[in-house]
Design a binder for this molecule. Structure first.
Ligand code: GDP
Ligand code: GDP
Length: 465
C-alpha cells in the first residue's frame, strides 16, 4: 500500500484471474474528507447491479488500487479513487516525486477525472494545488464535483466559487443525498463514451438523412462508387440496421443505417413517423450528418425539422443540395441558391452547402472532404488563450448592449469545456444582460476567426455570484 493510501472498502471483493475486458476508467481525486468515498459508493451503488468492489487483474499489470464497476445509461465503466494515494494533509511535501508518479499513473489510465471539493468549506489551498496539477493533464476531461451541496437552492451559488479552479463548470452535488450526481454524469459520460468509441474504431460515423425522394439512396450508391473500397456491411446496434464501412484515401467512414435508406423503396411511403424516427436515431449515432435536400422541390418544414434536430443534438452537418443537374441556371443561380438554402435551413446555417447531382455524380466526391472538415471542426479544441483573444476582439467591435441604461453586460473570459460539439462557457456579470442577438453575434465572430465550419457551438453564459 502506498504512502497515504486509503483503500476503499473491499469487503466481499473478488479477484477474477481471467483477463477482463478493459473498461474505461474514471478517476476520483481530491483532498481527504471532501466526500470521495461517499461519491464513489453512490456511483457504484446506484448504477450497478454488479457486486461491489471487483478487483481486476489485467494482463501484465498488477494494480493494487481498487476498481469498481459502475453503469449509467447502458455504459459500463470503472471508478478508481486515487485521492488517498495522492494527497495527505499531514504531508508537507504534497508532490513528492513518487507520490506524483502514482497520481499520474492513475490518471494516465483514466479517460476522465472527477475532482471532488467541499462546497461547505469553499476553495482551499490544497484544492488549488490539486487543480493546478490537474490542469496540466492536457486532453483529459476533468469535472469538478462540489460536494455537500444539499441545501436547496444554494447549490449553484456554492458551486460557483469553484470556477476559479480553472477546470470548467463546477457541478453542485451531494454524495450523501445523491442530488446532482446524475446531472454531472450526464455531462461526463459522452467523454468516456467518446474515448472508448475512438479506441475501438476510427471511422467517422455518417448519417444520411432527408425526406423521401430527395436522392439519398442514389447518393449512397455514388459514395460507394466502384472506385471506393467497400470494406464491409456491419450489423449495427439495432436489429436490421446495417452500417456500411467505406474506405476513401486511407480513411474510413461508417455510413449509419444504410438498410433504412434502401428499404424505403419496398415500404413505400407507409409510415412517415417511423421513418422520421429512424432518421433521428441515425442522427444521434452520427458524428456528421449529411442533410440531403432537393433543390428542384425546394425546402419545406420537414427539412427544417431535421435541421433543427441536427443542431439540437450537437451533430456536425453538411448540407447536400441534390438534383442540381435538374436546375436551369444562369450566372446568379448559384449565389441565390446558397442564400436560399442557408436562410431556409437557418438552424444549420453554419454548415457547408454542396450542390450535387447523384444522377451525374457532379461534386459527389467533394462530400468526403466536407465530412472531414466538419468532423475536424466538431472535434476541435481551441486553446484558451486564442479563444479569449477572439472574445476580446469581438467585444471591442461590438459591446454588449446596455439594458435599462444602468446595467451593461460585462464579459470576463471564456473557456472551452467540451468538444463534439465545441462548448464554450462565457463568464460574465449577469447572463440576463446578453440577448440572443448578441450571442449570435459572438457565434458569428468565433466562426470567422476559428475554423468551425460544419459544427454547432454550444454557448453557456455564467454569472459571477
Ligand atoms: P473522503 O475522505 O474524501 O473519501 O470523504 P468521505 O467520503 O469519507 O466523507 C467525509 C465526510 O464527509 C464524511 O463524514 C461524510 O459523511 C461527509 N459527507 C460526504 N458526502 C457528503 C455530502 O454530500 N453532504 C454532507 N453534508 N456530508 C457529506
Ligand atoms: P431517396 O428516397 O431519398 O432515397 O431518393 P432516391 O435516391 O430513391 O431518388 C428519388 C428519385 O430522384 C429517383 O427517381 C432518382 O433517380 C432521382 N434522383 C436522385 N438524385 C437525383 C439527382 O441528382 N438529379 C436528378 N435529376 N434526379 C435524381
Amino acid at each position: 500500500v502506498l504512502p497515504g493510501a486509503q483503500p476503499l472498502d473491499t469487503s466481499g471483493g473478488i479477484t477474477p484471474k481471467k483477463k477482463a475486458v478493459k473498461l474505461p476508467v474514471l478517476a476520483v481525486i481530491g483532498r481527504p474528507n471532501v466526500g470521495k468515498s461517499t461519491i464513489v459508493n453512490r456511483l457504484c451503488r446506484t448504477m450497478s447491479t454488479e457486486p461491489d468492489a471487483i478487483v481486476y487483474d489485467y494482463e501484465g499489470v498488477t494494480r493494487d488500487r481498487i476498481y469498481r464497476k459502475a453503469e449509467w445509461n447502458g455504459r459500463v465503466f470503472e471508478v478508481v479513487d486515487t485521492g488517498g494515494l495522492i494527497f495527505d494533509e499531514d504531508q508537507d511535501n504534497l508532490f513528492a516525486p513518487q507520490i506524483r508518479e502514482q497520481a499520474l499513473l492513475a490518471l494516465e489510465e483514466s479517460v476522465a477525472a472527477i475532482l471532488v471539493v467541499d462546497g461547505q468549506v469553499g476553495v482551499t489551498t490544497l484544492d488549488e494545488e490539486v487543480a493546478k496539477f490537474l490542469r496540466l493533464q492536457k486532453n483529459k476531461p476533468i469535472f469538478v464535483a462540489v460536494n455537500k451541496c444539499e441545501t436547496p437552492n444554494m447549490g449553484e451559488a456554492m458551486a460557483s466559487m469553484f470556477w476559479k479552479l480553472g477546470l470548467g463548470e463546477p457541478f453542485p452535488v451531494s454524495g450523501l443525498h445523491g442530488t446532482g450526481v446524475a446531472e454531472m454524469l450526464e455531462r461526463m459520460l459522452p467523454h468516456i463514451y467518446e474515448v472508448e468509441e475512438a479506441e475501438r474504431e476510427e471511422a467517422i460515423k455518417v448519417a444520411i438523412v432527408g425526406r423521401p425522394n430527395v436522392g439519398k439512396s442514389s447518393l449512397l450508391n455514388r459514395l460507394y462508387g466502384k472506385e471506393r473500397a467497400i470494406v464491409s456491411d456491419v450489423a449495427g446496434t439495432t436489429r436490421d440496421a446495417v452500417d456500411a464501412l467505406v474506405e476513401v484515401n486511407g480513411k474510413s467512414y461508417r455510413f449509419i443505417d444504410t438498410a433504412g435508406i434502401r428499404r424505403r423503396k419496398k415500404v413505400e411511403y407507409g409510415n412517415e413517423f417511423l421513418m422520421v424516427n429512424r432518421a433521428l436515431k441515425a442522427v444521434r449515432r452520427a458524428d456528421v450528418v449529411l442533410l440531403v435536400v432537393d433543390v428542384v422541390e425546394g425546402i419545406n418544414d420537414q427539412d427544417k425539422i431535421l435541421a433543427q434536430r441536427i443542431a439540437e443534438d450537437g451533430r456536425a452537418c453538411v448540407i447536400v443540395a441534390n438534383k442540381w443537374d435538374a436546375v436551369e441556371k444562369d450566372d446568379r443561380t448559384f449565389n441565390e441558391a446558397v442564400v436560399y438554402v442557408k436562410e431556409e435551413l437557418f438552424a444549420v446555417s453554419w454548415a457547408d452547402v454542396l450542390f450535387t447531382s447523384a444522377l451525374t455524380g457532379q461534386r459527389c466526391h467533394k462530400i468526403f472532404d466536407a465530412i472531414d472538415k466538419a468532423s475536424a471542426a466538431h472535434r476541435q479544441r481551441v486553446k484558451t488563450s486564442i479563444l479569449n483573444e477572439v472574445l476580446g476582439e469581438a467585444l471591442v467591435w461590438q459591446r454588449p448592449p446596455t439594458v435599462k441604461s444602468s446595467q451593461q453586460g460585462r464579459v470576463y473570459y471564456c473557456n472551452q469545456v467540451a468538444t463534439e460539439p465545441p462548448s464554450v462557457v462565457v463568464f460574465c456579470n449577469n447572463p440576463k444582460l446578453f440577448p440572443d442577438s448578441y450571442k449570435r453575434y459572438l457565434d458569428r465572430k468565433f466562426r470567422e476567426s476559428l475554423d468551425l465550419t460544419g459544427t454547432p457551438i454550444r454557448w453557456y453564459f455564467r454569472g459571477k455570484k
